[in-house]
Design a protein around this ligand. Sequence first.
Ligand SMILES: C[S@@+](CC[C@H](N)C(=O)[O-])C[C@H]1O[C@@H](n2cnc3c(N)ncnc32)[C@H](O)[C@@H]1O
Length: 284
Amino acid sequence: MQKSVEEMVPSKNRPLDQQPDAWGAVAADYHAFAGNVTRPFAEDAADLVRIGKGTCVLDVAAGTGNFTFAAASRGASVLATDFAFGMIDYLRAESERRGLSDRVRCDVMNGQQLDIEDESFDVAASIFGVLFFPDPLKGLRELSRVLVPGGRAVVSTWAPPPRGEMGRIMGDAMAKTVGSLPKPSGPPPWAALGDADTFRQRLLDSGFSRVHIVEVRHVWAFDDLNVFVDLMGKCAPPAVATFASLTPDQRATFRGAVAEDFMTRQGGGPYAVTHEAMIAVGTK
Ligand SMILES: C[S@@+](CC[C@H](N)C(=O)[O-])C[C@H]1O[C@@H](n2cnc3c(N)ncnc32)[C@H](O)[C@@H]1O
């Protein structure tokens, strides 16, 4: 039998965004970022599948729980899973704080190999999660496997370049900070699931009989450019590592470059950055 990635590549030798401890360490900062950026998409995703009182919902790569809480607040009974203990710990505390812990169970699990029986959920979601897996198809097939026949998966990913204003702003500011950036050899990790046609085909190849893609945009509006830069530097383990590697002077240059970009285009604020995502709905 072929070995899994976990058996072949020890966690510490994998890219940072495939290391559970690296994600767990940024849980609190990720929660602040996600509240501004991924939460509106999680709410859309919950509206795109039928969730009501008692619906059995699985959230894979749940992070700090945007989709979990969108589903639980609609009456669902949710199992929230993530491979990072730190994320699940944060999510559990947050579900207590919100008074939703009677509807939310939490477990640490690898989304590529769920410890869940076949056909046990009505809805299975992964919001900006599967795109980080070493083998995204494996993650999609797992979502299909655990759904009851006729059950629905809802999966989101970022729209690939040249769309994605955030990537452009951060890339330009980083190039001004460190001179120039190496030419990318492929799509950025956050675009691993491809364009709408490729994304749709990947779900069809993973056991879904009917798939549609909804393209969604949301705007993050803010007054303080420092808050924007701080949260962007904490949104995911690779960003944390990149910012940690900058000298204090480089950090100041980066901040100035981001500020100049916004102020040239948008004056004195409030500032706006647009996020574009694709949400796939697949029926098993
Ligand atoms: C960008 S966050 C998305 C979190 C959340 N779903 C949201 O919408 O904000 C990506 C999440 O994927 C998790 N993750 C990455 N690889 C994973 C894997 N192989 N199995 C389970 N979770 C994984 C990370 O720990 C992190 O919580």
